[in-house]
Design a binder for this molecule. Structure first.
Ligand code: BGC
Length: 372
């Protein structure tokens, strides 16, 4: 089984100066600045050494579109080489690279011509991916994109992420375009024999029996629709939390984590089982994590969620991997560096890495189950 961690380029690399997020950080429209982050761009070898030390056999990361395509007339081959080196270093260390082709951020110029709101722009992204593929990516697993629904909601419906739009029509347009793009990318990637999916944010629900029809609708929109409309070789699940179907029953409940999300490991088990029942495809947990400074809590979180994954696998569900989010504390979008998801921390001055106690929980899991 693949046991590893996940990151995204913008959140860990630092200095992604040609992206839309960087632009909005600079003009002050976003509260926090990503800056140098953990400088994973230059320190990836140090980080791969840590992964190796932790016995992890896989690593999910993303290729930064805005680095390779900094302006409309220029694909930067040096940057393609960079990611090829990361892949080759992972392979040399027997760590399976799982590559996300697009994780939220866009080149600023691409957003300026309409981003994914403009259907024609899908082809620009597909052509760009084709250039990448022609350079030869020595990998097996590809995720075309990260959480397309969360992206279109945050960027086009509720206006939290660039370009801060609030329009149902734009949201639906972007969502449809992303689905179309995924399916086109799927066809392209299959010519190169990759195993293809996207990372889909999925949720479990509390109090569903009390408002069953509302639950069915929410479940369809958030969990199901994307899976029905996309071509997939395996199903990539990002799982963090349960949503309560009854508003605000939680006012009296003490929140234990920095994101104030409702932790529910059993929900992950039920999700895996129901997806398996419905789709009969291999499943990869492409993200699962908690933001906290409490290492006992993080250790328990990892143990309890992994146990549910294992239970499903023992019952016959083909689960191919579990990626903890995240390898290292990083730029948590609109919350900047105030949330701590990593099993590794870094000192922002010296960039020195510090392995947290919960990393050893994941290490023990990896030692025990990597051959399972
Ligand atoms: C996203 C990550 C994010 C994490 C924690 C996921 O939905 O893919 O980029 O950091 O959630 O909020």
């Amino acid at each position: 089984m693949l046991i590893g961690t996940a990151t995204s380029a913008y959140q860990v690399e630092g200095n992604n100066k040609n992206s839309d997020w960087w632009y909005y950080e600079k003009i002050g429209k976003l509260k926090y600045k990503s800056g140098l982050s953990s400088d994973h761009y230059h320190l990836y070898r140090t980080d791969i050494d840590i992964m190796k030390k932790l016995n992890l056999n896989s690593y999910r990361f993303s290729i930064e579109f805005s680095r390779i395509y900094p302006n409309r007339n220029n694909i930067d081959k040096k940057e393609i080489e960079h990611y090829k080196e990361v892949i080759s270093d992972l392979n040399k260390n027997q760590i399976e690279p799982i590559v996300t082709l697009w994780h939220y951020t866009l080149p600023k110029w691409f957003l300026d011509i309409g981003g994914f709101e403009n259907r024609e722009n899908i082809n620009i992204f597909i052509d760009y991916v084709e250039v990448l593929l022609k350079h030869g990516l020595d990998i097996r697993y590809v995720l075309t994109m990260n959480e397309p629904l969360a992206y279109s909601i945050n960027s086009y419906l509720v206006g939290k992420y660039p370009p801060f739009e609030r329009s149902i029509i734009k949201f639906l347009r972007v969502q449809n375009n992303l689905i179309e793009m995924h399916n086109k990318l799927y066809r392209l990637l299959k010519q190169y024999d990759y195993e293809v999916s996207f990372a889909h944010a999925m949720y479990s629900f509390f109090n569903k029996n009390l408002v069953y029809p509302a639950y069915k609708i929410s479940n369809y929109i958030l969990n199901e629709e994307m899976l029905r409309r996309t071509k997939l070789d395996f199903i990539g699940i990002n799982y963090y939390k349960a949503i309560s179907m009854i508003p605000r029953p939680s006012l009296r409940r003490p929140f234990k984590t920095e994101m104030r999300w409702r932790i529910n490991p059993d929900g992950l088990y039920s999700l895996i089982k129901s997806i398996n029942f419905e789709y009969h495809k291999p499943i990869m947990i492409t993200e699962n994590g908690v933001a906290t400074k409490n290492e006992v809590l993080r250790g328990d979180f990892i143990r309890s969620h992994f146990n549910r994954v294992l239970r499903a696998k023992r019952e016959g569900v083909p689960v191919i991997g579990y990626m903890y989010w995240s390898f290292i504390d990083n730029f948590e979008w609109i919350y900047g560096y105030t949330k701590h998801f990593g099993i590794v921390a870094f000192d922002p001055m010296t960039l020195k890495r510090h392995i947290k106690p919960s990393a050893y929980v994941l290490k023990n899991i990896a030692i025990r189950y990597r051959r399972y």
